[in-house]
Every structure is written in C-alpha cells, then in structure tokens.
Design a protein around this ligand. Structure first.
Ligand SMILES: Nc1nc2c(c(=O)[nH]1)N[C@@H](CN(C=O)c1ccc(C(=O)N[C@@H](CCC(=O)O)C(=O)O)cc1)CN2
Length: 300
C-alpha cells in the first residue's frame, strides 16, 4: 500500500496561521508585539536564504523582525556584545544566531551567551538540561516540527518503538528526548550502531537525521512504519542537465514509500516546519516573558 505523504509545507502553513492568530491576540489584548532577532555572520549562501526566509515569515505573522548581518571576520567579542545588547532589549523576545558560524568563532560560547528564555533555537545548555529532565524549556525547532507532525499523524505516540538515526545536539538528541517525553521506547542509532538495518526494521517510527544522502533504503523500513526524514542533501542531478542538482533526504524515498505507512518528502517535509516552529517558539517566549498563557499546540 502506498504511504501517506506527510505534507510539511501544508502543516507549516497551518502552524504559521495559528502563530499569526496568537500574535494578533497578544497585540490586541496586551499591547505586545513579539520580536525575533536573527544574527547572521558571514555570507554563506544557504544561510543567507534561510535568514531571509525567517525575516519574511516573521513579518508575515505580524511579529517584529530584527536582522543583524555581520562580516565573516567579525571578532568574537563584537558578536558577544551584540548578543548582550539583544538580551537586554525588551522588544526582542527571541534571539537566533544562524549556524554554522565562521571557524574562528566558538559556537558553544556564542550560543550559551544568549539569555536562555530568549533562546528560540533551544540550543542553550540550560534549555538542553531542562528538556532532558522533562521541564519547561525552549525546544529546538526541527525536532519540535517532527514531533508535531508525528502527533498529528498518530494521535498518541505512547508505547511505540522509535529509532532516531543520528546523535547531533541540534536534532538527534533533542528528538530522542521529545519521543521519550511522549512515552515512546527510543533507540538512538549512529555510525557505530551494530546491525543498524535490524534496529531500524523494529521501529514503528524512524527519524533519519544523519546528513547522508539516501542512506536508509526501503527494505530497512517495517511495513506501516512512519518515516520522518530530516536530511536535506544536495546531490548532482545530471538527468536534469549538466551541472544541475537536486535535494534528497537521508531516506531513499521511492523504496521507503512502498513499505512505510506515512513518510515526509524532501523537500517539503521537515524543512518548512523548522521555520514555522521558530515563529511558534518566539510567541511562546513572548508569552512567558509576560507570564501569559502559552499558545496551545505550539509547544512540546
Ligand atoms: N540557528 C540555526 N541554524 C540552523 C538551523 C536552525 O534550526 N537554527 N537549521 C538549519 C537551516 N535551517 C534553518 O536555519 C533550515 C533548513 C532548511 C529549511 C527548508 O525549509 N528546506 C526546504 C528546502 C530548501 C531548499 O530548497 O534548499 C525543504 O526541506 O523543503 C528551512 C530551514 C541549519 N542552520
């Protein structure tokens, strides 16, 4: 049976609609306009696209967008001074430093200098610890988007076998914590995992986040499993013409879709949810800053 395609683009549009409604209420009832500051260091072309898209989406849902573009050779002290200024700016409820940073900058130091309550990426060590201990935190956007799609598709995730392939701090680890929080039985698999195909074959939920194009073939997927493909890999596509490329996930979509019950495509799956969840986290941060009720369904 053909898998249900989980349409991340449509889901993200729905989340953005909910965020816009909440922003309108915050403005009308409390005179608060949530604000998101995005900091880009350098000229990485993909990062420029993502930052532009974040700014546009922020404005579209009615929030204030503050963009800070710094030269690639910006000294660390200058970046930290900017973050300090944003930490102390009451108009800024969320701060995001676009990754990756140029090599001379210490990513951990920079991220941990963001005030945890404004860390809408959920990467600050305090938020990592809060999530890991099941306490209220800012939740990383990509895993939050995956969780929302899984909840929408399954209803309850309780008791399901989930495997997360990849152990990054940004996706794999927080994803595993979120699935555990929803009472899944969770395995984190990685490059050293023995018998990876068998581990994946047991899973009701497969989240692939390794960054290796089409690494997971369809015959690893249990019949009826839900497959969430976090990978966004650009590969050569000579069939489209000389020098052309295309995006693929970490899962071989065609063969996996023959066995899965549901699957996210690439592009148009997890990717769009990342920015939608960033907006959701910014509204959450604005609500928390004023001790107001948080938007329902937009947090973990
Ligand atoms: N500070 C952060 N940096 C980075 C993050 C992050 O969450 N916080 N994630 C990624 C990049 N990213 C957002 O920043 C991001 C990546 C991909 C997409 C997306 O919608 N992808 C599309 C395809 C886009 C294309 O055509 O190239 C899709 O999957 O459909 C959105 C956001 C690294 N840095």
């Amino acid at each position: 049976m053909a898998a249900t395609v989980i349409d991340g683009k449509a889901f993200a549009a729905k989340v953005r609609g909910q965020v816009a409604e909440h922003v309108a209420r915050l403005k009308e009832e409390h005179g608060i306009t949530p604000g998101l500051a995005v900091v880009l260091v350098g000229e990485d072309p993909a990062s420029q696209v993502y930052v532009r898209s974040k700014g546009k989406s922020t404005v579209e849902v009615g929030m204030n967008s503050f963009e800070h573009k710094l030269d690639a050779d910006t000294p660390e002290a200058d970046l930290l001074a900017l973050i300090d200024q944003l930490n102390n700016d009451p108009k800024v409820h969320g701060i995001l430093v676009q990754l990756p940073l140029p090599k001379h900058l210490d990513e951990d130091l920079v991220i941990n200098s963001i005030a945890p309550e404004k860390d809408v990426d959920g990467f600050h060590i305090s938020n990592v610890g809060l999530l890991g201990t099941g306490q209220k935190s800012m939740v990383p956007c990509t895993p939050l988007g995956c969780l929302m799609m899984l909840r929408e598709h399954h209803g309850s995730l309780s008791g399901l076998d989930a495997v997360v392939i990849g152990r990054s701090n940004i996706v794999g680890k927080p994803m595993a914590q979120l699935l555990l929080g929803d009472s899944c039985t969770v395995t984190i698999a990685h490059s050293r995992t023995k018998d990876l195909p068998d581990v994946v074959r047991r899973a009701d939920i497969v989240v692939a986040a390794v960054g290796r194009p089409e690494m997971v073939p369809g015959d690893w997927i249990k019949e009826g499993a839900t497959v969430i493909d976090v990978g966004i890999n650009r590969i050569d596509a000579p069939e489209k013409g000389e020098g052309k490329t295309r995006l693929v996930g970490d899962v071989d979509y065609a063969s996996a879709a023959e066995r899965a019950g549901a699957i996210t495509p690439v592009p148009g799956g997890v990717g769009p949810m990342t920015i939608a969840c960033l907006l959701a986290n910014t509204v959450t941060a604005a609500c928390r800053a004023s001790n107001l009720a948080e938007p329902e369904g937009l947090t973990a």
